[in-house]
Design a protein around this ligand. Sequence first.
Ligand SMILES: Nc1ncnc2c1ncn2[C@@H]1O[C@H](COP(=O)(O)OP(=O)(O)OP(=O)(O)O)[C@@H](O)[C@H]1O
Ligand SMILES: [Mg+2]
Length: 478
Amino acid sequence: MDNKNIRVLVVDDENHMRDAIRKALENAGLESDEAQDGKSALEMMRQCHYRVIITNRNLPELDGEALMEEALALFPETIVILTGSGSIQSVVEAIRKGAYDYLPKPFQIDELILRVEKGIAEQRLKLKIRKPDADMDVEGGYHFSSLVGSSAAMQAIYKRIGIVANKTSTILIEGETGTGKELIAKAIHYNSNRKDQPLVSVNCGAIPSNLLEDELFGHVKGAFTGALQNRIGRFEQANHGTLFLDEVSSMPMDLQVKLLRVLQEREFQRVGSIATVKVDVRIVAATNGDLLAAVEKGEFRSDLYYRLNVIPINIPPLRERRDDITALTRHFIRKFCVEQKVPIKKISDEAIQCLASYDWPGNVRQLENAVEMAVTLSDDRELLDINDFPIACRTLKTAEPVSEIEFPDDGVNFNTVVSDLEKRLILQSLEVARGNKKKAATLLRLKRTTFVEKLRRMGVDPEDCADSMMEEDYAQEA
Ligand SMILES: Nc1ncnc2c1ncn2[C@@H]1O[C@H](COP(=O)(O)OP(=O)(O)OP(=O)(O)O)[C@@H](O)[C@H]1O
Ligand SMILES: [Mg+2]
């Protein structure tokens, strides 16, 4: 178990007890701090995030249970282990209030360490389950294998994730809606050495701006009407892990200043407090608008933009990486068939071609929804055809529609107009298929031999637009 970055706070008024616990924790690879009374422990808790607190119940100033309540208000997943004496009833009551465990004194230090380790393991699981898409893959399945697509653009993204995952550099993911920004943020986190620490997401666009500061930085009791307890914010929850700031372009100006400061100093204050809190958080931000354009319009601070945009990851829209559409379609068919417990369905070539030629304004999410609809409504039919998909993507988009023809008084030459249009169709299909003749031929629903013959008649040497590697790739996919 990797206990790096997990800090334990040991609170006891007996020096020898604290010493013994600290040494044992150290042997177990856990870092700790010590306090000899409740008040200084509370101060320390407000400065640093402790995942585990071992405290004597009877303490000068503030007792162990009051300390526990504060700790749980700051971070509900804190593992609090109480030590000392008490009636069975009071112990039961303490556990009911959220203590993880209770060890009456005298106890074996080894026994204490065992319980700490068990607590940490359970806490880790809880933090993972709380992550946004817990239903997808609890055991950190967001390896690159969860990202589908082998277009040049996606390959470049995989490479970049591989290089930056283990660094702390801030990452800015830009991409239209539904292109996979959140999925990529997860891939970064779960492929980093922070993967056992929390990944915390904040959608800056979904939280009213007056609540966003509280959400990010937390508050202390009495900071405003209704602040009855101390509460830690997302930054502290993400300590040692990753904070995903989604829709960062929606962040109000005054908060942009505060965020800039955290990025520079790695510290901040909770609302209503002057005490500085230090955090070790890796920031991944995302935006579906052009952030630089927002900077130019004066809606986003340029200094913050440059602080966020240390490592940019741009996800092109699906229509600019059509090569991925087939693989994604097959991936989603498999996914929904497994989910719906039906045998894996096949899809007709015609349907694949139509989907690959559609523009997908909602990108991968829209494709995913379209496939879900097709799989669901096709009932027990094994072959999906294009009529199973939403009407919008049913037509095969090839060349531009025929532009309006002007008829001069003396008319047009039918054969010339038709052969012009034919040329345009052929050239545009080659462009869409990036020179791949087989693919271009399918886009026009022609046999490859017919297509090649037409090219020859146009005076184009078919060898000039050969791209054998792409052709093989396509043949394998089809
Ligand atoms: N490369 C991919 N491989 C597999 N699934 C993907 C890929 N990209 C996106 N998806 C899926 O598409 C859906 C949308 O992705 P995601 O939520 O990450 O997009 P987004 O860019 O954050 O969208 P928005 O801007 O609307 O928040 C998700 O279900 C995600 O799993
Ligand atoms: Mg998103």
